[in-house]
Write a protein that binds this ligand. Structure first.
Ligand SMILES: NCCCC[C@H](N)C(=O)NCC(=O)O
Length: 460
């Protein structure tokens, strides 16, 4: 039976989902690129500044789980439009709050932005998993993250420039709200791409339904995460208890390892300026290195995962490399470019392995919920880390304790990775195998079971 992953238009879907997410990532990292001007204009301490990230993540300790359920129950189309509209609204409120010098409104804006932002990553990953299932999934997710991360990198370059010079006749210079308003226009671009994707999905539904009718297969019921297959069973929260041990270990790994990457980026400019005595502009450029490296090599890392497997090994090695990076930032004076490049490489290896791994250990009909739950737990880490980091920085007066803390968290990620390798090996080692070989083995197994059942019914 023909599926979405058999269609060439999956590449258009990849471009659209990537650009949609790039708009979200661009704005997520907005405060990091404007850290000093924001703190100056709104008179914020480090803790208050970091709260702009924590409030993004607080609602997401729960919301993406329901976002994922919504994706599985109502489909990707409605969820996509809902979540993109929410980031447009949130960014608008955030920019207005900063323009009005109202920290409380700015916090509300970041909260609303977060309510859409993380569930958007869930629906985007689910759409990519559905359209690339059994094909170039890790490559597609890697390329998607590349474009999204380019959003972060462009943000690091464009936001300080717009802050400095404004947009003639439109946005005044030396005003952080100008840069944030520019970010609002970027979210409108994401909305435009989401509407284009909606049209494409509707046309694909019609095409596949007609195709299935011709093949006398079951009609297409709706566009759930299970894609073009006829799905009648609905995922419910209770089904979470059937997720495997590998899934839970992947989720714990995701929360601890990402907690050493994304929250580091929020304070990277401060770490670099404090340790190496460079200006904000130079620090902003330097801090874009990890995301830039990751953006450049994500598709290659993804291809390596598609061709070689070794997902569980790769995500353990990625965590170990991140621990080394943070220790070197805490205790050595090596040129800062080295640990930043190493961070980009390890982040990319980790991201290329973790997201496709989740798609491999859960059933198709639970994909949105699984991504949602992982993202929810991940946000627990992303909500608490900035507070811990801000408090450590405010109490010790330097970033050394912060870096040692990041390294310890990464080491927990190594331990979880080792446990994952053991558990997965006992369960057949699917995560470290190539997906196509894994599919072939599963098909062989199904055929043997079917033959057994047929022989059984004939002998009765
Ligand atoms: N919007 C920035 C935070 C992204 C969090 C998201 N759940 C995620 O982890 N995405 C993958 C990545 O590597 O950024």
């Amino acid at each position: 039976m023909m599926q979405r992953s058999d269609l060439k238009s999956r590449w258009v879907v990849l471009v659209l989902t990537a650009v949609i997410l790039a708009g979200s990532y661009f704005n997520y990292d907005g405060p990091a690129a404007l850290k000093a001007p924001l703190q100056e204009t709104l008179h914020l301490s480090d803790t208050q500044y970091n709260l702009l990230y924590s409030v993004y993540s607080f609602p997401n300790i729960v919301l993406p789980l329901f976002g994922g359920l919504l994706v599985d129950r109502c489909g990707t189309k409605a969820s996509l439009i809902l979540f993109v509209s929410t980031i447009v609204l949130g960014q608008g409120i955030f920019a207005a709050g900063v323009a009005l010098r109202r920290y409380d409104i700015a916090l509300v804006g970041r909260t609303v932005f977060g309510m859409g932002g993380e569930s958007l990553t869930v629906v985007q990953t689910t759409i990519q998993a559905v359209w690339f299932q059994g094909k170039e999934m890790a490559f597609a997710m890697g390329l998607g993250l590349t474009v999204a991360r380019l959003g972060s990198v462009i943000n690091d370059w464009v936001m300080p420039a717009i802050y400095q010079s404004g947009v003639p006749g439109l946005l005044p210079p030396l005003e952080p709200a100008s840069a944030l308003s520019f970010g609002f226009f970027i979210t409108l671009l994401s909305l435009g791409c989401a509407l284009a994707l909606l049209l494409l999905e509707v046309r694909t539904d019609r095409f596949l339904a007609a195709q299935h009718k011709r093949e006398q297969a079951q009609p297409l019921l709706h566009d759930t995460a299970a894609g073009a297959e006829a799905v009648v069973e609905h995922m419910s929260l209770a089904d979470i208890q059937h997720f495997s041990a590998s899934y839970w270990l992947l989720t714990v790994s995701c929360v601890v390892v990402y907690a050493t990457i994304l929250p580091f980026n929020n304070v990277a400019a401060g770490v670099i300026m404090g340790k190496y005595g460079v200006s904000l502009e130079v620090a902003d450029r330097l801090m874009s290195i990890p995301y830039l490296i990751a953006a450049c090599i994500n598709p290659f890392m993804g291809t390596a995962v598609d061709l070689l497997g070794y997902r569980a090994v790769m995500l353990t090695a990625g965590a170990a490399a991140l621990a080394a990076v943070h220790l070197s930032l805490a205790w050595t004076m090596v040129p800062v470019v080295l640990p930043l490049v190493a961070m980009g490489l390890s982040y990319s290896a980790y991201a290329a392995a973790i997201w496709p791994s989740i798609a491999l250990v859960v059933d198709g009909r639970a994909m949105g919920t699984a991504f949602g739950l992982t993202t929810a737990v991940q946000n627990g880490g992303m909500a608490s880390m900035p507070i811990a980091v801000g408090t450590l920085r405010d109490t010790t007066g330097s970033y050394q304790a912060v870096e040692i803390f990041f390294a310890c968290v990464a080491m927990v990620g190594v331990a979880v990775g080792v446990a994952l390798n053991v558990v997965n090996h006992r369960a057949g080692g699917g995560l470290n195998r190539v997906a196509k070989r894994r599919d072939a083995l599963e098909k062989k197994l199904e055929a043997v079971i079917r033959e057994d059942l047929e022989a059984d019914s004939q002998s009765r």
